[in-house]
Structures are given as C-alpha cells and as structure tokens.
Ligand binder design. Structure first.
Ligand SMILES: CC(C)(COP(=O)(O)OP(=O)(O)OC[C@H]1O[C@@H](n2cnc3c(N)ncnc32)[C@H](O)[C@@H]1OP(=O)(O)O)[C@@H](O)C(=O)NCCC(=O)NCCS
Length: 147
C-alpha cells in the first residue's frame, strides 16, 4: 500500500470511489487531479484525498477508502499525507466539511468550528459554497497541529 500523487490514469477510479461513497464530484474538472493523492494496492486505487489550497489555508476534501480495505489505517495515512503536503506548501490551517466522518476527524485533531470563522478563500471554494449540504459539520485544524 502506498500514498502518491494522483495521475491521469487514476481519474476514473477516484470518481468511482467518491460516487460509491456518496461524496460530491461535480467540481472535479480542469486540473483537479493535481490536487489529489491516492492510496494504491498494487496498481489498484483503493483510496483518495483531495487538498484545495489557497494562500496559507486549505480545504481537505473527498477523503475516501474503498469498502474492502477500511479500518486498516489507510484513511489515517491519506490524511497525514495531505497534511504533509499542505504544510510543505505553506498552509497554516486546514478546514473540512463532513456529514459522515466527524468523529474520525476529531480523533485526528480536527475540531468542530462555526462556519463564520471560515476564511474567504475557503468560502469561495465550490465544495464549501455549493456542494456540501448546509447540515454538514465544519471542522478546522490550525497551526502547529498539522501533520
Ligand atoms: C472515513 C474513511 C475515509 C476512513 O477510512 P479508513 O481507511 O477506514 O480509516 P482508518 O482505518 O485510518 O481509521 C478508521 C478506524 O479504523 C481503526 N483502525 C485503523 N487500523 C486498524 C486496524 N488495523 N484494525 C482495526 N481497526 C483499525 C482506526 O483506529 C479508526 O478508528 P477511530 O476513528 O476510532 O480511530 C472511510 O470510512 C470512508 O471512505 N468513508 C466514506 C467516505 C467518507 O465519509 N469520507 C469523509 C468525507 S470528508
């Protein structure tokens, strides 16, 4: 199992995983693959995570692991890899929206937050602005806590 940047060959597999998990894909167009990491088991994509960065903040999005290999630490590995990438690229805070995995993220250092604290750059991202239901939990991880 390894976590690596996504390549053009991974596009269909990532979208299939997200569709199967009921996560949004409508904004995955243009150069979206550059913003994704994938977990591979041999050649097969078994997990993915996206990271939309803007200045010194980022939105962690589209975390998914295929049904088969869940609860083996892959989700955790993907989150850590995304956090590392974020930190290397100068992010000081990460945000996310989730309807299904708030507890998973709490155990990884994210705290529920009021949407009012979302920086403008995050608010303008399609995932935040239109794709995630208003009922989703908004969460943040700030400063030295990354990675
Ligand atoms: C959320 C999701 C990505 C987690 O993926 P995962 O690979 O199962 O994640 P992990 O294995 O790292 O952690 C899941 C649990 O399994 C446990 N676990 C990890 N390795 C384990 C092992 N070897 N044996 C038993 N349990 C293990 C972890 O401790 C964790 O439990 P915790 O949250 O209570 O700490 C996955 O459930 C998923 O794709 N869900 C649907 C999509 C979704 O909701 N995405 C979030 C949108 S923002």
């Amino acid at each position: 199992m390894s976590v690596q940047p996504a390549t053009a060959q991974d596009a269909a597999a990532i979208k299939r995983l997200l569709d199967a998990a009921g996560l949004p894909t409508a904004d995955l167009e243009g150069r979206w693959l550059e913003r994704f990491l994938v977990a591979r088991d041999d050649a097969q994509v078994v997990g993915a995570v996206g990271l939309d960065l803007a200045g010194d903040v980022g939105l962690l999005r589209s975390l998914v692991v295929a049904d088969g290999p869940r609860r083996r630490g892959l989700g955790q590995e993907l989150v850590l890899a995304a956090e590392n990438r974020a930190r290397q690229r100068g992010a000081k805070a990460l945000f996310l929206l989730t309807t299904t995995a708030a507890e998973f993220f709490k155990r990884r250092g994210y705290a529920e937050a009021d949407r009012a604290i979302a920086p403008d750059a995050i608010r303008q991202m399609p995932q935040f602005a239109t794709l995630c239901p208003a009922s989703s939990t908004f969460m943040a991880k700030i400063d030295g806590a990354l990675g």
